[in-house]
Design a protein around this ligand. Structure first.
Ligand code: GLN
Length: 549
C-alpha cells in the first residue's frame, strides 16, 4: 500500500513548494523508494492549457498529452520519470467530473454538495496514483496558500484522509516563510505561527514545518516555531535561499527532511541515498570551464516562468558541456532591421522561442535571418522553427509573401498551414496536437548525429505544421526535413546543410530535459555555441589562431 505526503503552503505564494516537494521526492527515490508527485491546483480552469503564460508561466505537456502546471516540469527534471494527466488536477476538473456525474444521474436524486461530493472526488484523485502498487509514496502538492477560500475543499480532503488512513500512512509538510526584519535585525516567526494556526483551525495538523528563510535559523528560533506550531524541534526544517534549485535536495538531506518523513511513515527499509550522478551534475554546474551567451528571442520575456523548461534545459546542457550558459533575453517585438546586429552581435547562439499569435513575429524572422547569414548557431522551437521556415521562403526561395495561416489566414503562400484535422476545431482546451509523437530521423543528418538514433519520441503542443507542398523547393535550396512523423509524414525537424548549426524543431524538446538525461539538441546547441565563441576568440587573437593551425 502506498503512503501519502501532502505539501501545503502558508504566509505567501512563490515559496517554492514545487521545489521542496521535488527535493523530498528525489531523496526518497535516492533511498530506493518509488515515488511520484502530483499537483492539485485550486483554480477553475479545467487545465492550464488555456492560460496565457503571463498568468502561471509555461504550460508543461506530458507524454500523454496533458497540459499541466509548470511544477510538473520540476518533478520530471528531479525524478527523471515521466508524469501524466493524473499528476495534475484542478478545481475545474473536479467540478467537471462531479457535474457530469450529476447529469448522468449518478447521485440518485441527492443534493450535490462541496462536502461530501467535491471532497470525495478530490480524495479519490489524491489516492488514485497509489492504487496499482507502482509507487511506495505519493507526494501531493497543494497549490495556493492556506487561508485562501478556494483551497478549502482541498484542505478538508487532506483532513479527512488524515483521519481515514492509518496514522503512519500520511505526512503533512507545511512550507512557510520566516521573514527577516532588517530594522529589528530579527527573524520573525509570527506569520508562521498564524499560518499553522489557520491550518489547524481547518483540522489539519502539520507533522513538519519547512521554513523558507534568508538567514540561518538559530536553535532558539527552531524551538519557538516547534513550541507554537506543536511539532518536535527536529521537525522544524530550515530551507535557506540556495544559489540553484538543484542544491535544495542536498540542503534538505542535511536537515533530515527525508528521514523525518520516513520515521513518521514507519518505513524502515531504505538505503543510504544514492546521489552520485546528481552531485556530479552539481559539480559541473558550479565549476564551469567556459562560458557562452545565448540570446532567447521571445515575447513573454518579462516573465521568466514563461520559458521555464527552456531555461532549465540550458542549465542541464551547460553542465554537460562544463560550460556556463548565460541567457540574454531579447524581446522580439523590438528587433528591427536597423538594430538587429547591435542586439544580436555579441551572442554565441540564438534560440527562437515557442509562442502563439502575431505579436513579435517579424522580429523573430529578422533574428533567424541574422543567424542564418552569420553562421551563428540557431535553434528554433515550435513557433521558432516555423519562423525559420518562413524566413527561408522569403529570403532564399524568393517567395516574398510566404507566411503562416496563423498570422495571415489569406496568404497565397502558406508555407506553415493548419492540418486538415485541425481546421474543423473551434474549442480551445486540449485540442492542439499534444503529447508524445514518434519522429523518424534521416541518417547522415545533423539531427542523426545529435540523437544517435533513427527513431525518437518528443512532445508536441501546436496546431500549425510545415506545408509539405513546398518541401521539394526547400530541400533543393539546402533546408532539409531531417525528421518526419513516420505515419503522417509531417515535418518535425528542419536543418540547413551549409551552416555550422541550424536546427528547427516542431516539437518541444525542452520538456524532456532532466538533470540525469539532458536533452541532446540542447547539449549539441551549446557545444556549437562553444565552438562559435572559440572561433571568434581565435580571430580576435592571431596568436591563438596560429596555435590552432
Ligand atoms: N502557434 C504555433 C502553432 O500553434 C506554435 C505553437 C508553439 O510554439 N507552441 O502551431
Amino acid at each position: 500500500m502506498a503512503k501519502y505526503v501532502f505539501v501545503t503552503g502558508g504566509v505567501t505564494s512563490s515559496l517554492g513548494k514545487g521545489i521542496i516537494a521535488a527535493s523530498l521526492a528525489k531523496l526518497l527515490q535516492a533511498r530506493g523508494l518509488t515515488v511520484t508527485i502530483q499537483k492539485f491546483d485550486p483554480y477553475i480552469n479545467v487545465d492550464p492549457g488555456t492560460l496565457n503564460p503571463y498568468e502561471h508561466g509555461e504550460c508543461f505537456v506530458t507524454d500523454d498529452g496533458a497540459e499541466t502546471d509548470l511544477d510538473l516540469g520540476h518533478y520530471e527534471r528531479f525524478l527523471n520519470i515521466p508524469t501524466s494527466q493524473a499528476n495534475n488536477v484542478t478545481t475545474g476538473r473536479i467540478y467537471q467530473t462531479v457535474i457530469n456525474k450529476e447529469r448522468q444521474g449518478a447521485y440518485l436524486g441527492k443534493t450535490v454538495q462541496v462536502v461530501p461530493h467535491i471532497t470525495d472526488e478530490i480524495k479519490r484523485r489524491m489516492l488514485m496514483l497509489g492504487q496499482d502498487g507502482k509507487f511506495d509514496i505519493i507526494i501531493t502538492e497543494l497549490g495556493g496558500t492556506v487561508g485562501d477560500i478556494e483551497s478549502l475543499p482541498f484542505i478538508e480532503a487532506v483532513r479527512q484522509l488524515q483521519w481515514e488512513l492509518p496514522e503512519e500512512d500520511t505526512v503533512v509538510v507545511h512550507l512557510t516563510l520566516i521573514p527577516y526584519l532588517k530594522a529589528a535585525k530579527e527573524l520573525k516567526t509570527k506569520p508562521t505561527q498564524h499560518s499553522v494556526r489557520m491550518l489547524s483551525q481547518e483540522g489539519v495538523h502539520p507533522d513538519i514545518i519547512v521554513c523558507r528563510t534568508e538567514e540561518s535559523l538559530s536553535p532558539e528560533i527552531r524551538k519557538k516555531v516547534a513550541l507554537f506550531c506543536n511539532v518536535k524541534p527536529e521537525a522544524v526544517i530550515e530551507a535557506a535561499d540556495a544559489p540553484t534549485i538543484y542544491e535544495v535536495p542536498l540542503a534538505m538531506m542535511r536537515e533530515k527532511l527525508d528521514l523525518i518523513c520516513l520515521r513518521k511513515m514507519n518505513i524502515t527499509q531504505y538505503k543510504e541515498p544514492e546521489l552520485s550522478k546528481w552531485k556530479e551534475f552539481l559539480d559541473k554546474l558550479k565549476y564551469p570551464k567556459s562560458k557562452v551567451t545565448i540570446g532567447l528571442i521571445g515575447k513573454y520575456i518579462e516573465l521568466q516562468d514563461a520559458y521555464k523548461s527552456i531555461l532549465e534545459a540550458f542549465v542541464h546542457a551547460g553542465a554537460m558541456n562544463e560550460c556556463k550558459v548565460q541567457v540574454v533575453n531579447v524581446h522580439s517585438e523590438f528587433i528591427t532591421e536597423e538594430n538587429v546586429s547591435e542586439k544580436l552581435g555579441n551572442l554565441d547562439g540564438l534560440l527562437v522561442a515557442p509562442g502563439f499569435g502575431l505579436r513579435g513575429i517579424e522580429g523573430k524572422i529578422l533574428a533567424v535571418k541574422y543567424a542564418r547569414e552569420k553562421g551563428l548557431p540557431f535553434f528554433g522551437i515550435c513557433l521558432g522553427m516555423q519562423m525559420a521556415v518562413i524566413e527561408f521562403a522569403r529570403n532564399v526561395l524568393g517567395i516574398k509573401d510566404a507566411h503562416s495561416t496563423e498570422m495571415d489566414p489569406h496568404t497565397v503562400n502558406p508555407v506553415i498551414d493548419l492540418m486538415e484535422a485541425q481546421k474543423k476545431i473551434t474549442a480551445k482546451g486540449g485540442t492542439m496536437r499534444l503529447g508524445a509523437y514518434p519522429c523518424q530521423i534521416t541518417e547522415g543528418s545533423l539531427a542523426h548525429t545529435i540523437y544517435e538514433n533513427s527513431l525518437i519520441s518528443e512532445r508536441h503542443r501546436h496546431r500549425w505544421e510545415f506545408n509539405n507542398d513546398y518541401l521539394p523547393r526547400y530541400e533543393a535550396a539546402g533546408m532539409i526535413a531531417s525528421g518526419k512523423n513516420p505515419e503522417s509524414g509531417l515535418v518535425e525537424i528542419v536543418e540547413l546543410n551549409n551552416h555550422p548549426f541550424f536546427v528547427g524543431v516542431q516539437y518541444h524538446p525542452e520538456l524532456k530535459s532532466t538533470v540525469e538525461a539532458p536533452q541532446p539538441v540542447f547539449v549539441h546547441f551549446i557545444k556549437a555555441a562553444k565552438a562559435f565563441t572559440e572561433k571568434k576568440e581565435a580571430i580576435k587573437n592571431p596568436l591563438l589562431q596560429s596555435e590552432m593551425i
